[in-house]
Design a protein around this ligand. Sequence first.
Ligand SMILES: [Zn+2]
Length: 50
Amino acid sequence: MEEKDFKCLRCGAISKYPYEKGKMIERQCPKCGSNNIRLIKEKTPVKEKK
Ligand SMILES: [Zn+2]
């Protein structure tokens, strides 16, 4: 299972959580205990032509 960065929308803490596509996993912020946690979308790297 891969891990991705998630951000707590309540306190802003960023933590790594296991992530599976199409699967809802209950996550809880280790700092404030909120379950209002969202996946941080990685910026798509710009393709460079060599
Ligand atoms: Zn939090």
